[in-house]
Design a protein around this ligand. Structure first.
Ligand SMILES: *Cc1c(COP(=O)(O)O)cnc(C)c1O
Length: 339
């Protein structure tokens, strides 16, 4: 039985061609800066994002932390979404390891932060307050694409108020593909951008922090401090190069599959799902937590994996085909027809 894993786009397995690229990778000691494949990956993403430099990190959590720690000193503050990955789902790393205080704000329903609220939360220069140093956005935010015009206005606010601006772009390529623009059209508005290779791009491991040479040099120092200096990491970087070469344009297929999934599920009244809310590779719906468990086991019997509780998130990716979507929709319908 084929497993149809809709829990996350992190569950993808490297394809045979990606594994072949990994097996053939030329390697060296990357802590010495001598891994040619890591260097190639870093130049490649720097070129794509229009940044001066980039750094290969072990995870998105690490590359976000490197970004925040490279912008902020002890006693500084960053403004961030209340439900942003950087704040909520990274173990509080910036506070724990960087002595950097978060100033969380609620996301608006479209995944943006209200810029009036951002402006109002910037602390005056007064020793009673932490020094507000950085604005951190997320794109995509729960599958939602930040409008380019919004990004421009956020950048203008940050620059005008002397803040740096970081993007948690774990899925920034999904946003770029959805908007039909090159990634640099998004990345160009930020001082640093963190991009995950291990989500929709389908690499097994790795993220990239992109920014100015000075920022990336700082990031490299913190990466070593955090124990993230890897040696013959070219084996992993080769997967990243493969992903950036072959798996960017195809993200559109994941978006189409998510739309098809949402359309199918919208026919189930109990899910109250609005297909128009789906922008990229994520579909959300709500259901009674008590019924979720039995739905989950019904699907699991047919090899379909989902996770969640009140709010259920389904994610499409490289290992989910259009046929899988049909199978999944049918299985959801069977469950709800029975009750
Ligand atoms: C997955 C993710 C990250 C990084 O996660 P890692 O598992 O540490 O690679 C960062 N931000 C967002 C929005 C993510 O979805």
């Amino acid at each position: 039985m084929k497993i149809i894993d809709l829990r996350s786009d992190t569950v993808t397995k490297p394809t045979p061609a990606m594994r072949a690229a990994m097996a053939q990778a030329e390697v060296g000691d990357d802590v010495y800066g001598e891994d040619p494949t890591v260097n190639r990956l870093q130049s490649m993403i720097a070129e794509m994002t229009g940044m001066e430099a980039a750094l290969f990190a072990s995870s998105g959590t690490q590359s976000n932390l490197l970004g925040v720690m490279s912008h902020c000193e002890r006693g500084d503050e960053y403004i961030v979404g209340q439900r942003a990955h950087t704040y909520r789902f990274e173990g509080g790393g910036a506070a724990v390891l960087g002595s950097i205080q978060p100033q969380p704000l609620d996301f608006l329903p479209d995944g943006t932060l209200d810029l009036g609220e951002v402006a109002a939360s910037i602390k005056p220069d007064d020793f009673h307050f932490a020094k507000t140093r950085l604005l951190c956005l997320e794109n995509t935010q729960e599958g939602k694409v930040l409008p380019l015009d919004y990004i421009r206005r956020a950048e203008a606010l940050a620059r005008g108020r002397g803040l740096r601006i970081h993007l948690d772009g774990a899925r920034a390529f999904n946003a770029a593909v959805k908007l039909g623009v090159p990634i640099r059209a998004i990345a160009g508005h930020f001082d640093t951008v963190s991009i995950c290779l291990s989500k929709g791009l389908g690499a097994p491991v790795g993220s990239l922090l992109c920014g100015s040479k000075a920022l990336i040099d700082k990031g490299r120092r913190w990466r070593k401090v955090l124990g993230g200096g890897m040696r013959q990491a070219g084996i992993l970087a080769a997967a990243g190069i493969y992903a950036l070469t072959h798996h960017v344009e195809r993200l559109a297929e994941d978006h189409e599959n998510a739309a098809a999934l949402a359309e199918g599920l919208a026919e189930i009244d109990e899910l109250g799902l609005q297909p128009s809310s789906v922008q990229t590779n994520m579909v959300f719906f709500s259901m009674e937590p008590s019924r979720f468990k039995s739905l989950q086991s019904h699907l699991r019997e047919q090899g379909i994996l989902i996770s969640g509780r009140e709010k259920v998130r389904l994610v499409t990716h490289l290992d989910v085909t259009r046929d899988d979507i049909r199978t999944a929709v049918q299985s959801f319908k069977e469950y709800f027809a029975k009750r």
